[in-house]
Design a protein around this ligand. Structure first.
Ligand SMILES: CC(C)(COP(=O)(O)OP(=O)(O)OC[C@H]1O[C@@H](n2cnc3c(N)ncnc32)[C@H](O)[C@@H]1OP(=O)(O)O)[C@@H](O)C(=O)NCCC(=O)NCCS
Length: 249
């Protein structure tokens, strides 16, 4: 999927969301620096929030979960505090009595909430950062083919390739819902920015199928994101808060 397939909309988190057609994926870009009150969260969320070492991380966790509830409540036609979450076997959060499926990701100041009717749905957002340990991460987590594609690149193109690969793999793992049990070596994704985001290889016993659709986009300056789904002809809509400024994808 390339960027021409992505449509952009501006909304308030409390607006009624646009209709979610069967092939749609709505991707809400959420600021985690917006102060939020935890009164709509449940005991488990409050308990998780209380365990963050740094206040800033706690505030961002709360802001993300308050936003998740505000947005999902509009799709489920309930109040935010009435949403009931369950955790699947592999660790993936899901909605009890779900009208929609969702997947959430967060990195530093931004969260990404993907919502769809598709059962297979994974989202990942990462703050772009330069660091020497990225090469170690690539050696540890990327397949041979992905490392070889990355080795063709240098400088800024290498960093972009790294985050393309990282977010695409992570979105796939999250769509599979298996968390750390995923075998990252069982599939290859395209790496270079000029290449179409796609799964290039998937072993027979790995969960992702080559036909799964992948997108890469920049939800905001300094961040890279990817979405994975099994929808055959998906339409991706990026929804931003009205007051937000920042880059387009
Ligand atoms: C949860 C996991 C899938 C992703 O964690 P992460 O990258 O730290 O976090 P993200 O911000 O992208 O996603 C976190 C959100 O994913 C959701 N999530 C948690 N477990 C999940 C699972 N098994 N499947 C799908 N989504 C999950 C939750 O909504 C969570 O939000 P919360 O912590 O606020 O409740 C983790 O198990 C993991 O890190 N797996 C892969 C690790 C890896 O080696 N990646 C290398 C890729 S190249």
């Amino acid at each position: 999927m390339n960027h021409d397939d992505i449509r952009e909309h501006f909304f308030s988190l409390d607006d009624r969301p646009p209709e979610l057609a069967p092939n749609d994926i709505h991707c809400w870009v959420i600021s985690l620096n917006t102060p939020a009150n935890d009164e709509t969260l449940d005991d488990e969320e409050r308990d998780r929030a209380s365990r963050f070492h740094f206040d800033r991380d706690r505030r961002r966790f709360i802001a993300g979960h308050v936003a998740i509830r505000r947005v999902l409540a509009r799709y489920q036609y309930v109040q935010p505090h009435d949403l009931d979450f369950a955790i699947e076997e592999g660790g993936r959060p899901t909605l009890a009595d779900a009208r929609v499926n969702f997947n959430y990701s967060r990195s530093e100041e931004w969260g990404l909430l993907a919502i769809s009717n598709a059962k297979i749905l994974g989202a990942d957002i990462e703050a772009l950062r330069m660091s020497e340990d990225l090469a170690d991460v690539a050696r540890q987590h990327f397949s041979q083919a992905e490392q070889s594609a990355l080795n063709d690149l240098s400088g800024a193109a290498w960093t972009e390739g790294f985050f393309n690969c990282w977010t695409r793999k992570e979105a796939i793992v999250k769509a599979m819902g298996v968390g750390l049990a995923a075998s990252l070596d069982a599939f290859d994704v395209s790496v270079k920015s000029e290449a179409r985001p796609e799964i290039l290889r998937a072993t027979d016993d790995s969960a992702p199928a080559r036909e799964w659709a992948l997108w890469s986009f920049k939800p905001i300056d300094g961040y890279q994101a990817a979405i994975a789904t099994n929808l055959a002809a998906p339409n991706l809509h990026v929804l931003r808060e009205k007051m937000q400024s920042g880059s387009r994808q």
